[in-house]
Ligand binder design. Structure first.
Ligand code: BG6
Length: 289
C-alpha cells in the first residue's frame, strides 16, 4: 500500500480479523475502521459513545467471502443479479480488495478514498470516500467508463447496533411506499407511522430521500441516518428462522441489529450514460438526550 495514505496519529494501517488489512481512522476521539476487503467500514465509534455499527461474531473474515456487519458495499447490483443467478448476491465488490488512493486530515475530519480495482476489465469505476468527523459520512461514486448505458443498483448496507430490535423504532418513513420482499408478488404497501419489529422484515422503501432515525430507548440514544443521491431505503432484520439459515449470523444475534440501508434499488435502480458519474452518500450521527 502507498505509504502516503497514512497520516501520523490519524490514519494507520493495521492487520485485523482474519489477517485482513484495514485503515484505522481517528478524529477528535472518534474512530472508524475501513477494511480494504470490500471497502468495508466495520467499526464506527464517536467520541464518548458505544460502537454504532454491529457485526456478527460468526462473520467470516476471508478474502473471498463477504463480511457480515458494518457497512458492506453492494455494487454494482443489489440483491440477486437481474439475469444471471450464478452471480453473487449484492454484486462483486464485497469479494475484492479495494485500493486506497487518497487521504487527508484536517482539524475537523479524517478522510480516505478507496477505489475498486479497474484491472478487472469492467467498464465501471467505483470509489468509496469515508469522512470521519463529528459524524461518519460514506460516499459511493460510480462512473460508467464504457461506451453503452450501465445498469446500476447499489446499497451502503449499514448494520446498526441496537439494544433489542423488539423495542427500537424507525421514524422518517411514515406514508412512504415500500416493496415488501417477503410477501408473494412483492406488493407495494404504504408505511403507517414508525417502523417497529415483531417478525422478519425485508423492505425496500422507494422514492424516498428522507432522513431516518433509529430510536433506541435501551441504549439511551438515537442514530440519525441522512442521505444524498439515494431514492431507496432498505430496512432489514432476519429474525429467528432466517438467522438460523445463515451460516455467518449467530442464531441468537438478530435482536442486536437492524439494517437501514442507503440505496438505489428495485424500482429506483439507475442507468448511467457513458461517462456519467453518480454519487450516493450516507451520513450517520448519534444523538443522546
Ligand atoms: C438485505 C436484503 O439488504 O440483505 C435481504 O434486503 C438479504 O434480502 C440481506 O437477506 C443479506 O444479504 P446477504 O447477501 O449479505 O446475505
Amino acid at each position: 500500500m502507498d505509504k502516503q495514505i497514512t497520516v501520523p496519529e490519524r490514519i494507520t494501517i493495521k492487520t485485523g480479523k482474519g489477517g485482513l488489512q484495514y485503515l484505522d481512522l481517528r478524529c477528535n476521539g472518534a474512530e472508524a475502521h475501513v477494511y480494504l476487503h470490500g471497502a468495508h467500514v466495520l467499526h464506527y465509534q464517536p467520541a464518548g459513545q458505544a460502537p454504532v455499527l454491529w457485526h456478527s461474531k460468526e462473520s467470516l473474515f476471508e478474502a473471498n467471502k463477504p463480511i457480515r456487519g458494518g457497512i458492506p458495499v453492494c455494487w454494482p447490483w443489489f440483491g440477486a443479479h437481474a439475469t444471471d443467478t450464478t452471480l453473487p448476491s449484492h454484486g462483486y465488490s464485497r469479494y475484492s480488495e479495494w485500493v486506497p488512493v487518497a487521504s487527508s486530515a484536517s482539524a475537523t475530519a479524517t478522510t480516505v478514498t478507496l477505489r475498486f480495482p479497474a484491472s478487472q476489465g469492467r467498464s465501471a469505476l467505483a470509489e468509496l470516500t469515508v469522512v470521519l468527523g463529528s459524524s461518519l459520512e460514506v460516499t459511493l461514486a460510480t462512473t460508467n467508463t464504457g461506451s453503452s448505458a450501465m445498469p446500476l443498483s447499489e446499497a451502503l448496507h449499514s448494520y446498526f447496533a441496537v439494544s433489542d430490535i423488539r423495542t427500537v423504532s424507525i421514524t422518517g418513513l411514515d406514508q412512504e411506499q415500500y416493496v415488501d420482499t417477503l410477501l408473494a408478488g412483492r406488493p407495494i404497501l404504504t408505511q403507517e407511522g414508525p417502523v417497529a419489529f415483531e417478525a422478519e422484515t425485508d423492505r425496500i422503501y422507494i422514492n424516498t430521500t428522507r432522513e431516518c432515525v433509529i430510536a433506541d430507548p435501551g441504549m439511551h440514544r438515537s442514530i440519525r441516518i441522512g442521505k444524498k443521491g439515494s431514492l431507496s431505503t432498505v430496512v432489514w432484520n432476519p429474525w429467528i428462522a432466517k438467522a438460523a439459515r445463515m451460516p455467518d449470523f449467530g442464531d441468537n444475534e438478530y435482536p442486536e441489529m437492524v439494517c437501514v440501508e442507503t440505496a438505489n434499488c428495485g424500482p429506483n435502480a439507475l442507468s448511467l450514460a457513458p461517462g456519467q458519474t453518480h454519487a450516493m452518500t450516507t451520513r450517520i450521527d448519534v444523538e443522546t438526550p
